[in-house]
Design a protein around this ligand. Structure first.
Ligand SMILES: *[C@@H]1O[C@H](CO)[C@@H](O)[C@H](O)[C@H]1NC(C)=O
Ligand SMILES: *[C@@H]1O[C@H](CO)[C@@H](O)[C@H](O)[C@H]1NC(C)=O
Ligand SMILES: *[C@@H]1O[C@H](CO)[C@@H](O)[C@H](O)[C@H]1NC(C)=O
Ligand SMILES: [Ca+2]
Length: 292
């Protein structure tokens, strides 16, 4: 009679949509009837609570819901690996433990983001996030709600690169990098995005240069730069490059016979001036915190 009862519990257990607890190498010590939501205590929606005699218990993988996940677990001390749907960011620890009250510890949750601005809404730390952007699903570095398109702080990454490398991007998002002209074009297309340049100069002072509109055209138009509404906070602005096409040492689209990109040593929006403010050129000058 008792066996039948337990068999029923397991049936009920599979009928409710919770993670199965498993005692790895140990026996389930006890099953405790918690309650039924069904009309007559005989239907599904029952919960069981299991206790294992050791903490080396696995609960499999929990795919968390968006935002802060509701918690519900059935096997005390079991440890679940946390994961998210493929288009979401797991924030917080990658595993959590089932507590006696049926809640999971350490669940921050899965966050779906369409732009770095979402970082602020969710109060997430700076870092690399998967963004369902206008350029498709992209890993982007988000810094205080802004998308970082270039970072050059160490001087060790080579920025004297080909058209295709600038087109597709290079470097490491967590370190120094260029996001890639194709992505920058897609992200700035049809939208009023600003550009903020954060320069750390040799004496340690920080300079912010802001444009209210920043856009980069298609590859066909050589990723032409548009900058509007310069807000001057320093003299190091690059308004003169407004309307310039992008050049690399193997694709010369500047306005002079010289090959500015080869001379300057970086892909940039050179115009008739081969010595513009150029954050990708060499020699590497005092670390900037990046273009966002
Ligand atoms: C879960 O959080 C507790 C403190 O709340 C901490 O001691 C423990 O290390 C965390 N576990 C994981 C897997 O991060
Ligand atoms: C950039 O060029 C556009 C179009 O020619 C112009 O309207 C805008 O004022 C220029 N921006 C700056 C900062 O000079
Ligand atoms: C950049 O690389 C090209 C191709 O190797 C080279 O011709 C050019 O001199 C380099 N520029 C600098 C400033 O190093
Ligand atoms: Ca030229």
């Amino acid at each position: 009679m008792k066996l039948l009862f337990i068999a029923f519990l397991f049936l009920a257990y599979t009928n409710i949509n919770v993670v199965k607890g498993k005692c790895k190498g140990w026996k389930l010590r006890m099953l405790e009837w918690i309650g039924c939501d069904g009309p007559d205590d005989t239907k599904p929606l029952c919960k069981v609570f299991g206790f294992c005699e050791d903490k080396t218990v696995e609960c499999g993988t929990r795919v968390l819901e968006g935002g802060l996940a509701a918690s519900d677990c059935t096997t005390k001390d079991c440890v679940a690996t946390l994961s998210c749907d493929a288009d979401k960011n797991l924030v917080g620890p990658s595993s959590s433990t089932c507590q006696e009250d049926g809640s999971w510890t350490n669940e921050t949750g899965c966050f779906y983001m369409t732009e770095c601005h979402d970082q602020e809404d969710y109060e997430l730390p700076d870092g690399v996030y998967l963004i369902d952007s206008k350029a498709g699903l992209l890993d982007l570095y988000c810094d205080r709600g802004l998308t970082v398109i270039q970072r050059r702080t160490s001087g060790t990454l080579n920025f004297n690169r080909t058209w295709d490398e600038y087109k597709n991007g290079f470097g490491d998002l967590a370190g120094d990098f260029w996001l890639g002209n194709e992505n920058i074009h897609s992200l700035t297309e049809d939208s009023a995005l600003g550009l903020q340049i954060d320069l750390l100069v040799e004496d340690g002072t920080e300079h912010l240069i802001s444009y209210f509109i920043f856009a980069v055209d298609t590859e066909t138009n050589k990723y032409m730069l548009t900058l509007l509404f310069y807000r001057p906070t320093t003299q190091d602005d690059f308004s003169d490059q407004n309307g310039s096409q992008f050049s690399t040492y193997d694709s010369d689209n500047d306005g002079v016979s010289a090959d500015c990109a080869a001379i300057g040593g970086g892909g940039w929006w050179y115009n008739t001036d081969c010595n513009p403010v150029d954050f990708n050129g060499s020699p590497y000058q005092a670390g900037s915190n990046g273009l966002t």
